[in-house]
Design a protein around this ligand. Sequence first.
Ligand code: C2E
Ligand code: MG
Ligand code: MG
Ligand code: MG
Length: 290
Amino acid sequence: VAKSQGKGGMALFDSQMKQQADRRLELEIELRHALADDPAQLTIAFQPIFSLTEGRIQGVEALARWNHPTLGAISPAQFIPVAEEAGLIGAVGAFVLEEAGRQVVAWSRQLGRPLQLSINLSVRQLQEEDIVERIQATLQRLGIVAGQLELEVTESVMMQHPELVVDRLSRLRKSGIRIAADDFGTGYSSMAVLAQLPLDVIKVDRSFVSGLEEHSEATAIIQAILELAHALNLTTTAEGIETQLQWDSLQELGCTNGQGYFFCRPLSAEAIGSFLLEKEAALPPQLKAA
Ligand code: C2E
Ligand code: MG
Ligand code: MG
Ligand code: MG
């Protein structure tokens, strides 16, 4: 395309490429700096996950946030890939597990029942030789039982590295940690590979959930995913629920859990702490912890 536009087009193309590379390098330098000297720039937002079958909050998903003093808020869609390429994802991931783990221990104590913690894990993290031992050591140190932790790995990425993923995730799963296929339905899983993955949970991608309003095909696809999950003995979490209609449909279709702006946006630890207590107080007595 650039070539057909002649020299000017090529120059424009080059300058856009250069801008992207500059931005990437800037983010890498700034992220390295934040991790080493100013970790307060990194925080975690939490989004509650609601059990549609039990009728109460069953856990929270931890989502990394980066607030730079001059660049402002940088979304994880931008900085996670940079962290992966720059070899910084291990440090980011360790920070998220540590901080989110601490919060969940405190909230579980306040609620009087174990809250689940969902953490996103990129394949780069799974490639680290000692990742299994490091996660287990952190859980032990924080006093989190393995069954409280769910690790989310994007479905499409799992498929690109099946041997590595099966090896590492199987070892984590043997210790009791649950494994979720994130953004399910956007990749190209063959049924054969899917059945071999060490999974406990399928997270139905937001694109299908948002289709529930208009398209009956979205309903059919979600139904098929839920049936598949059921056949493989997996639970299901629908992500990105934004309306009452989507919420009700997913509950009727038998989806296990739901999360999304409709119920609660990802919020700071302080805000989520109050939200959890408020929702727990409003539960009917038989659902409250003793
Ligand atoms: P994800 O794990 O699929 O997370 C769901 C994303 O959807 C989050 O975006 C969340 O804020 C957003 N979301 C939740 N409910 C709704 C809704 O109702 N409507 C809409 N439109 N969006 C909703 P976020 O926080 O920007 O994170 C983007 C992605 O970055 C995550 O997708 C995950 O893949 C990655 N990520 C975030 N934190 C981490 C982390 O600590 N480690 C790694 N490896 N990846 C992370
Ligand atoms: Mg996720
Ligand atoms: Mg997702
Ligand atoms: Mg995603």
